[in-house]
Design a protein around this ligand. Sequence first.
Ligand code: SAM
Length: 313
Amino acid sequence: MGKTSKDKRDIYYRKAKEEGWRARSAFKLLQIDSECHIFDGVSKAVDLCAAPGSWSQVLARKLTENYKKALEKGPAPKPKIVAVDLQAMAPLEGVIQLQGDITNSSTAEQIIAHFDNSRADLVVCDGAPDVTGLHDMDIFIQSQLLLAALNIATYILRSGGTFVAKIFRAKDVSFLYAQLRIFFPYVYCTKPSSSRNSSIEAFVVCKDYSQPEGYEPNMLNPWMMEESWDFDKLTGVNRTIVPFVVCGDLNQPDSDMSYPLNYDGKEYKYHEPVQAPIAPPYAEALLMNRKRAEKSASTSNENNVDVDLNALD
Ligand code: SAM
């Protein structure tokens, strides 16, 4: 494949290079803004899952424009942008960079620390897992990234602020919408034209952040992963985010692996199932197979008799 073949196939890839964006994703954020005006009045923003940094570039450019416009009217707050990713990012002017996992409370705490006594107007998250190829697993990890981003947003977003995040429009997407609606009265699902039609990716634009009465942002253990977690610690509206709970000792066998028959040192012995299925859905197929086998056995017996009779002649 030649150097230019990707340029020929993907207009946004080509345009990104022409216009100096680090990735074609820049156009997604720009197109979301052209429809939903997410940068209006924004001076502080957080870019979650930011590498290689094209959304941060867009933020830097838009917030600088806002700053210059605001200065014409009088003193204005300087733009502040914090970008986070698992991967290291090349430096970007005007962008504070953190390397870490947004589902980790320590990363979330570092982001929150940068917003000491102040809050962001906008939190964006373009988080995507490394695709495993297991469709359900990829969708699940994506939804965890979205919820981790939302959890961080509940700490750092000002009242009335905006949250934009990638979402996979899969089977149970309405559950995610329902969770977002707890915090935002306006939740839209957008699909920028630069996002491939073949992809289930879309973006939620959530406006007018409003913390539910009695809700306390909680980084103690956002996904309740620890064994000793006390379920009753969260009450009322604070229990509305559905936790993901890992059960069982991690040293126990992994249900996705194959093990040798004598793996735990005991001699293997076959055991019949304790209770065979009473009316399994595959019973009819088994019956048809048995009949077919009986029929072909009886046909071959008849042929054998013929052969024997012929032999007698
Ligand atoms: N918006 C970026 C841009 O315009 O350059 C592109 C983001 S890329 C599609 C998705 C990013 O999510 C990857 O860089 C990946 O490292 C990051 N990511 C995935 N899981 C993450 C996690 N748990 N914490 C932080 N970053 C994560």
